[in-house]
Design a protein around this ligand. Structure first.
Ligand SMILES: O=C[C@H](O)[C@H](O)[C@H](O)COP(=O)(O)O
Length: 315
């Protein structure tokens, strides 16, 4: 199986002087994962060659940095951190705001991956049961429509993600240009992620087939025999629906949620205040909840020069 390219690692050197409590346990730093950024292990010489960052990764980073610059302000003390491959860039930008501002903040994860990101960045970790009111949550998405409705759950994290989105005064989505759609299901064709109680999965599947998703299937794990199990111990079903049903995601959400055995649906309707899309040309498109759009051209968007190259440490 090809090893995915390493994601860029935040420069944490400024945060290691003892202001932050040391982790109580060893984390997964150094392991290769699609989602976890960590300091790579020391490599024997010769040093690996730098290779250009793929355009999509730059776009994710631009979206994440721009959103952090605008929404994670010094007065914000409780911050929700979403899941996925765009979110490491959110943490990277927050770390770059400096230890003075970060020492009074607590960060709430949406799952195992974001918990590792927070701990590895030596930021203070909290949980939503301690902090049910969050100043701002920033998260990725699998697809976002013209009304800022989103499909989420490609990484099976949407239950906790929805709780943190709801708990937040401000919920902001960050993504690359591929996620920007008119209608959900256009680019993200594998279906709406649905978290279900394991013992009820067959019944939920049957009911999903009946309400309009004949191809709904249980999500199977890639490097394990059997189904994907969420951070909450549940199964995930992916349910593709026809375009006419995806055009009204709120109605679809309520229908799916009514099925007994469903824990949460990866349709986020009327939740986001703004969605930031990094573009291939270095610009950022911002879609606001009131229908307005804003275009930050490449000359005004955050500069990526310092990290334009990525070490091919996994190569
Ligand atoms: O369960 C996973 C989440 O909903 C992610 O936020 C979503 O899949 C987007 O991930 P990425 O930023 O990797 O596209």
């Amino acid at each position: 199986m090809p090893i995915p390219p390493a994601l860029l690692t935040p420069d944490l050197s400024a945060l290691t002087d003892g202001i932050y409590p040391q982790p109580l346990r060893q984390t997964l730093a150094g392991q290769t994962s699609q989602f976890i950024t960590s300091t790579p292990p020391a490599l024997a010489s010769p040093q690996p060659q730098a290779s250009p960052v793929p355009v999509v990764e730059k776009a994710k980073r631009l979206a994440a940095w721009t959103a952090v610059d605008r929404h994670v302000l010094p007065e914000h003390k409780v911050i929700g951190i979403g899941s996925g491959s765009t979110v490491p860039f959110v943490v990277e930008r927050i770390v770059s705001q400096g230890k003075a501002v970060n020492k009074d903040r607590v960060f709430i994860p949406t799952g195992f991956q974001s918990k590792e990101l927070i701990v590895n960045a030596k930021l203070l970790l909290g949980d939503v049961d301690q902090y049910p009111v969050i100043d701002v949550t920033i998260d990725g998405a699998d697809e976002v429509d013209h009304d800022l409705n989103a499909i989420k759950g490609g990484g099976a994290c949407h239950l906790r993600e929805k709780v943190l989105a709801e708990a937040a005064d401000t919920f902001v989505i960050v993504a690359d240009y591929r996620k920007n759609s008119e209608v959900l299901g256009t680019n993200w064709t594998q279906g709406v992620p649905i978290e279900v109680a394991p013992f009820a999965y067959a019944k939920v599947l049957q009911n999903l087939h009946l309400i309009g998703s004949p191809k709904a299937t249980l999500r199977m794990a890639k490097a394990k025999a059997g189904p994907v199990v969420s951070d909450n111990g549940n199964f995930i079903i992916d349910a593709p629906f026809p375009r006419e049903m995806m055009q009204d995601p709120y109605t679809l959400l309520t229908r799916i949620k009514m099925l007994t055995g469903v824990v949460e649906v990866g349709l986020f309707c009327h939740m986001a205040k703004a969605a930031y899309f990094g573009n291939e040309d270095g610009s950022v498109l911002i879609k606001w909840h009131d229908g307005k759009t804003e275009h930050v051209d490449s000359s005004a968007s955050p500069k990526l020069s310092q990290n334009d190259e990525i070490s091919a440490t996994n190569g």
